[in-house]
Design a protein around this ligand. Structure first.
Ligand SMILES: Nc1ncnc2c1ncn2[C@@H]1O[C@H](COP(=O)(O)OP(=O)(O)O)[C@@H](O)[C@H]1O
Ligand SMILES: [Mg+2]
Length: 276
């Protein structure tokens, strides 16, 4: 490529990959030329894409494609070897995870980690304090003071948003996996992020629970204006939630576009089905 490429310029050889956000305005997220190797193995290899404010994008691809590593580079848990991540026009550089969270990046994890004896509401109250740095660690919960009216109001609003109001005061251990996934989601949403990174939120859920999750994710996007980056194996969930889909394979973005266009692309059929 001649001359200095602009930060938004697509990599040469990837011209069929439309990695730019579809809507106008400054992107809420701009990932540029991200790479990360573990030992000698390349996990993420020159990935660039953006999300517009309030946009919902699905990130799909086979196991080991590098999706979770991309998430970890955005949330700050992993430092990329090369490349940049900008949020709302600001280069995040080496900013630690907690500061990224405060800026407005929320994240859920592939593995659900809940405390069975604590109620749903307690999970959110602790997440709220952690987000606001009123407590450093989850273990401080043991000696936590009574919640303030503000804390109860904030967490109550999120419980309603995510549909957990009816089970707010039940211990999480008494609830099924589908509900625990919603607790995990609510926890990520407590800080009212502008960008939600959801990593395989439907994993282990049945069809009905997945449909419920889809409607919650859609509602968060529509009513809160939250941008959503969704990694999931459930193509029905991705279709229901995502405005646009990116496909990764072997650390690279191999296709991008609408759900229908992407699912019909030869590179995707190869990556997913082992056939063109
Ligand atoms: N912490 C790590 N240490 C070593 N290898 C890792 C680590 N995290 C991921 N990898 C490797 O990087 C590649 C991409 O993994 P990952 O980002 O988890 O993919 P995906 O989420 O798409 O399944 C895989 O080959 C995986 O084994
Ligand atoms: Mg993963």
């Amino acid at each position: 490529m001649a001359g200095a490429p602009s930060p938004a310029a697509p990599k040469s050889g990837a011209s069929s990959v439309d990695a730019a956000p579809s809507a106008g305005g400054p992107p809420i997220l701009a990932v540029h030329d991200l790479s990360k190797s573990f030992g000698g193995a390349v996990a993420v290899d020159g990935v660039s894409f953006g999300l517009a404010e309030g946009e919902s994008v699905g990130l799909v691809g086979p196991n080991g494609a590098g999706k979770t590593t991309v998430f970890a580079c955005i949330s700050g848990e992993i430092r990329p070897d090369t490349g940049t991540v900008a949020f709302a026009g600001r280069d995040l550089g080496r900013m630690p995870t907690w500061r990224r969270a405060r800026l407005g990046i929320g994240r859920t994890y592939q593995r659900v980690e809940v405390f069975p004896e604590l109620t749903v509401r307690d999970h959110l109250l602790v997440a709220d304090r952690v987000h606001r740095r009123r407590t450093a660690l989850w273990r401080d919960l043991v000696n936590r003071s009574a919640p303030t009216a503000d804390e109860l109001a904030r967490t109550g609003a999120v419980l309603e948003m995510v549909g957990l109001g009816p089970v707010a005061d039940r211990p999480v251990g008494a609830l099924g996996l589908g509900t625990c996934r919603l607790v995990e989601l609510a926890r990520a949403v407590v800080g009212r992020p502008r960008l939600l990174l959801a990593d395989e939120p439907s994993s282990g859920l049945d069809e009905l629970e997945t449909a419920e999750l889809a409607s919650v994710l859609r509602a968060l996007q529509r009513s809160e204006g939250m941008a959503v980056l969704l990694v999931d194996h459930d193509v029905a969930l991705v279709e229901a939630v995502a405005d646009r889909v990116l496909v990764m394979d072997l650390g690279r973005v191999v296709a991008s576009g609408t759900f229908e266009a992407v699912m019909a692309a030869p590179a995707v059929r190869r990556a997913y089905l082992g056939t063109a």
